[in-house]
Design a protein around this ligand. Structure first.
Ligand SMILES: Cc1cc2nc3c(=O)[nH]c(=O)nc-3n(C[C@H](O)[C@H](O)[C@H](O)COP(=O)(O)OP(=O)(O)OC[C@H]3O[C@@H](n4cnc5c(N)ncnc54)[C@H](O)[C@@H]3O)c2cc1C
Length: 416
């Protein structure tokens, strides 16, 4: 077996891996970066719908409430490489950034490829040896120390190994969970993984009938039995399989565990600005204006066109009925159908559609100040491979940058 050596090996050329390699090299280390794809940063390319929402310009303290799993673990990482530092970092690398609604930060060019170019240029400038189409098969560990990796049957020896192989979401980008295997071999526990920031699968035909309809201002609540487990206000999209859109994607981060065991009820208030009484008055006015018309022809001012037949079905009112004979009770059923539009979610969609993986390497066995394994010296982890995840808004990439930075500087300063 041919042996090569360097100071630091980084496994995975995504956001966390490129950041770790840059910072290790900036400390003077001789770095080899292994990426199994034919190019670096395949997942970064598809982030933010191709625009890359690379961080969030909120107050540093506000990063934490946007973490879903293990936010406290990230204290040193976030303060070590803050969101402001991320913005400065990309500006300095020739990728100017701008702040949009919700403090979301994007490259001024609106091109995620510019983020990848900026990182690749810096890696090259620093002399990092980039090995593409190079899948790392296993880690070399001896006597409680990481000694290197095996790739294409060659051994690469190093003082430190940083594993940044990502999670399981969008496997076509290269994230196929290899790091969990490496970590298990090192003795690490893996918290069960599941797709997150992902649409919901819904029972029945309502969603198919509403497919393509996007609702802007609706109140969405998720119920498990009698318990409300999530609530949000905003956009929702009906698809051929169920529901998606910002409110639903965010909800998935909090209710995925529950949905794995039991279905949940999704209750959508289509008119959140009106109380039930106000909505009833509004309907009464519409009915009075159109008193000789059939019920099916009077809802167009109140509801989107696609929604009308579905709401009519749910109200139980004969669509041919003249509105002047609709009873108070029937009207109340209509109000409920609109204010409590209920769907049964049976599960989450899969990793092919999930923005993030929830679960991963247990952070209790990782030093939060360095990202080094507590079990194997010289072995570091960063990014999505760890049991860390956040809501949308640039927070997940901030996790990757901050933990990548910390692993990169720590593996050199500590190991000399
Ligand atoms: C569609 C989509 C949109 C997103 N949009 C945003 C957004 O706008 N803002 C945001 O903050 N987050 C976003 N995210 C989440 C964000 O992309 C991830 O959190 C982030 O990329 C994680 O970085 P990582 O480096 O840990 O892992 P990854 O980006 O998954 O990188 C891991 C790399 O390791 C490589 N690899 C794996 N195994 C091996 C091996 N054995 N040998 C060699 N290489 C290996 C993979 O090929 C891959 O390149 C989005 C995710 C998706 C899927």
């Amino acid at each position: 077996m041919i042996k090569n050596s360097c100071n630091v090996v980084v496994v995975g050329g995504g956001a966390a891996g490129m950041m770790a390699a840059i910072w290790a090299a900036r400390q003077g280390a001789d770095v080899i970066l292994f990426e199994k794809n034919e190019k670096l940063g395949k997942k970064i390319y598809i982030t933010g719908k191709g625009r890359c929402n690379l961080t969030n310009a909120c107050d540093i303290e506000d990063l934490f409430p946007n973490m879903v799993s293990n936010g406290n673990f990230l204290y040193s990482a976030f303060y070590g490489f803050t969101n402001d530092m991320v913005m400065d970092f990309f500006e300095e690398l020739g990728c100017p950034v701008k702040v949009e609604r919700g403090n979301r930060v994007f490259p001024v060019s609106d091109k995620s490829s510019d983020v990848i170019f900026a990182l690749s240029r810096e890696l090259k400038r620093l002399g990092v040896r980039i090995r593409l189409e190079s899948k790392v098969d296993r880690l070399i560990m001896e006597e409680g120390r990481a000694k290197g990796v095996v790739c294409k049957e060659k051994e690469y020896l190093a003082d430190a190994v940083i594993v940044t192989t990502g999670g399981l979401s969008y496997p076509s980008t290269g994230s196929t969970g290899d790091g969990y295997g490496f970590a298990s071999e090192a003795g690490h526990k893996i918290r069960e993984c599941r797709p997150s920031l992902v649409p919901f699968q819904v029972d029945g035909d309502a969603c198919q009938r509403l497919q393509g309809l996007s609702l802007r201002n609706c109140q969405v609540s998720v119920w498990s039995g009698k318990k409300k487990v999530y609530e949000d206000f905003g956009e929702l999209l009906f698809t051929h399989f169920g529901i998606s859109g910002p409110t639903i994607i965010s909800a998935s981060a909090y209710v995925g565990g529950i949905l794995k065991k039991d279905p949940c009820r999704i209750v959508i208030d289509l008119k959140p600005a009106l109380s039930k009484e106000q909505l009833d008055q509004r309907i009464l006015r519409d009915f009075e204006k159109n008193h000789n018309k059939q019920f099916k022809n009077v809802l167009h001012e109140l509801l989107p066109k696609k929604m009308i037949p579905v709401i009519i079905d749910r109200s139980g009112i004969d669509p041919e009925k003249k509105v002047n004979v609709i009873t108070r009770e029937e009207r109340q059923n209509l109000v409920s159908a609109i204010k409590e539009f209920t769907l049964t979610a049976t599960g989450l969609r899969g990793y092919n559609e999930a923005i993030i993986t929830q679960g991963g390497i247990h952070v209790k066995e990782i030093n939060p100040s360095t990202m080094e394994s507590n079990l194997v010296q010289g072995l570091y982890f960063a990014g999505e491979v760890l049991d860390l995840d956040a809501v949308t808004g640039g927070f997940n990439l901030q996790i990757a940058w901050s933990t990548g930075y910390l692993a990169g500087i720590s593996c050199v300063t500590e190991k000399g």
